[in-house]
Design a protein around this ligand. Structure first.
Ligand code: PHE
Length: 445
């Protein structure tokens, strides 16, 4: 069997794992949720759930991966000695492949919109108009292009592909974002957006629906449950301190979500100040695709001169974020097939990417019926449920000494920390309980 890939440095790992976590979930999903769930109240609950629920599950996945040093389907049987526990890896792999199927469609839209602004800048108005028309031809063309981009990176392997590109793309993302925040922050109307974003409406903080949305958002944003973090953990050296690296990844993820909110919510109010409608019929802030493809473009249309580069920057930002996440998704099935079947990474990439593209095609052909359904089944239900099973398997079925030994590797002083004393028991009892309670309430209401 070919030797397994490994990240070449701690920085490379953090950029790749943060690159997986930071995606459309942060830059699009998070501001959208803030807009439709009472502004800062959502930010508050999301932050709490990320630290009390998502970070502990992230640690479980990273540790299982590094212990097993294998793809996500073979990893769980290694910690439980129970062959059937492979179901968790299979389920995660199917989920992440379905996520990638819709994510590639959205990635394609972003490419088309970035090109739209570029082509209109150089005067190709007919092409520019076609690029933002919601046609099947445009959708399929750009889904294929986005998938090819993802495939080309993953085909190069862990260090030469995923790590190399994450290390290049993540700083570009942060740079673009900072420039845009400053630019938008200086426009008329931005300060009203800032206050909606910063001051919570406390009456919504205990709203159970809000908590359920925040849980889904936290799991999606940290790429949990589906084996992405597990497989990245499996490429990490035994000499690294997992606890601090995991915390760093979670912090970058949350930090970028907050920055994205600080960009988009004020941008909406700047749009309002220039006459754009930012409220829907019920008086709530417009969210979802209406926000990204209607409200913000209406704002961009008023930009002239140097400012006309802003929309190109914005859609490139989204595209880069999507790409560092899509490569991590493709790696999950590719690593399995490479390790178990062919041994040939390039071949595995073509087969898997081809199959996922087929799934995207099916979604595109039945867009109204399938798109929203796949998004909601995978991200609202499958991911938190997978998280629940991971807590149970790691907390109850993994030999406790082996688990502790894995935490200690690369971190000899860990025994004096709170993490060592609390996390295993917390993961065993409290995390499953929180997830179950939230699910129970969501079916009640
Ligand atoms: N975390 C990514 C985002 O925020 C999405 C993702 C989900 C990536 C699952 C990998 C696995 O957009």
């Amino acid at each position: 069997m070919a030797t397994r890939g490994e990240f070449s440095s701690k920085f490379g790992f953090v950029m790749a794992a943060a690159g997986s976590a930071v995606g459309l979930g942060n830059i699009w999903g998070f501001p959208t949720q803030v807009a439709s769930n009472g502004g800062a109240a959502f930010v508050f609950v999301y932050l709490v759930l990320t630290f009390v629920l998502a970070y502990p599950v992230l640690m479980a996945e990273l540790l299982v991966g590094r212990y097993a040093k294998s793809n996500s389907i073979d990893a769980y049987p290694k910690i439980t000695n129970y062959k059937k526990s492979a179901f968790l890896g299979v389920w995660g792999t199917l989920t992440v492949s379905s996520i990638l199927a819709f994510y590639s469609i959205v990635g394609g839209w972003l490419m088309a919109w970035a090109l739209h602004y570029f082509t209109s800048l150089i005067g190709l108005t007919a092409i520019a108009a076609w690029l933002v028309e919601f046609s099947f031809e445009r959708n399929i063309l750009f889904t294929v292009l986005f998938s090819i981009l993802t495939l080309l990176i993953v085909r190069q392997g862990v260090a030469a592909g995923i790590e190399r590109w994450s290390v290049r793309l993540m700083p570009i993302l942060l740079g673009l974002m900072s420039i845009l925040i400053v630019y938008v922050g200086l426009q008329r109307g931005a300060s009203e957006g800032w206050s909606v974003f910063i001051f919570p409406n406390f009456s919504r903080v205990f709203d159970i629906d809000l908590a359920i949305s925040a849980m889904g958002q936290a799991f999606f944003s940290l790429s949990l449950g589906v084996g992405t973090m597990l497989i990245y953990g499996s490429y990490l050296s035994k000499s690294e301190n997992m606890v601090s690296i995991g915390a760093l990844v979670a912090l970058v993820d949350v930090g970028v979500a907050i920055l994205a909110g600080a960009l988009i919510i004020p941008a909406m109010y700047v749009a309002q100040a220039s006459g754009v409608d930012i409220l829907d019929g019920a008086g709530n802030l417009i969210s979802g695709d209406g926000l990204v493809f209607t409200v913000l473009p209406a704002l961009f249309d008023n930009m002239r001169g140097l400012a006309s580069l802003v929309p190109i920057g914005f859609f490139t930002l989204l595209l880069v974020a999507a790409l560092t996440s899509s490569i991590s998704m493709l790696e999950v099935p590719v690593s399995y097939i490479t390790e178990r079947k062919s041994g040939d990474r390039a071949k595995a990439c073509y087969w898997v990417a081809g199959a996922i593209l087929l799934a995207s095609l099916i979604i595109l052909l039945n867009f109204d019926a399938l798109f929203g359904l796949v998004v909601s089944l995978t991200t609202e239900y499958s991911q938190p449920l997978l998280g629940l099973f991971i807590c149970v398997i790691v907390g109850w079925f993994w030999n406790r000494n082996q688990l502790l030994e894995e935490i200690r590797l690369g971190n000899p002083e860990i025994e004096i920390t709170l993490f060592w004393k609390i996390w295993p028991v917390y993961l065993q009892f409290v995390c499953p309980l929180i997830i179950l309670l939230l699910f129970y309430h969501s079916f009640q209401s």
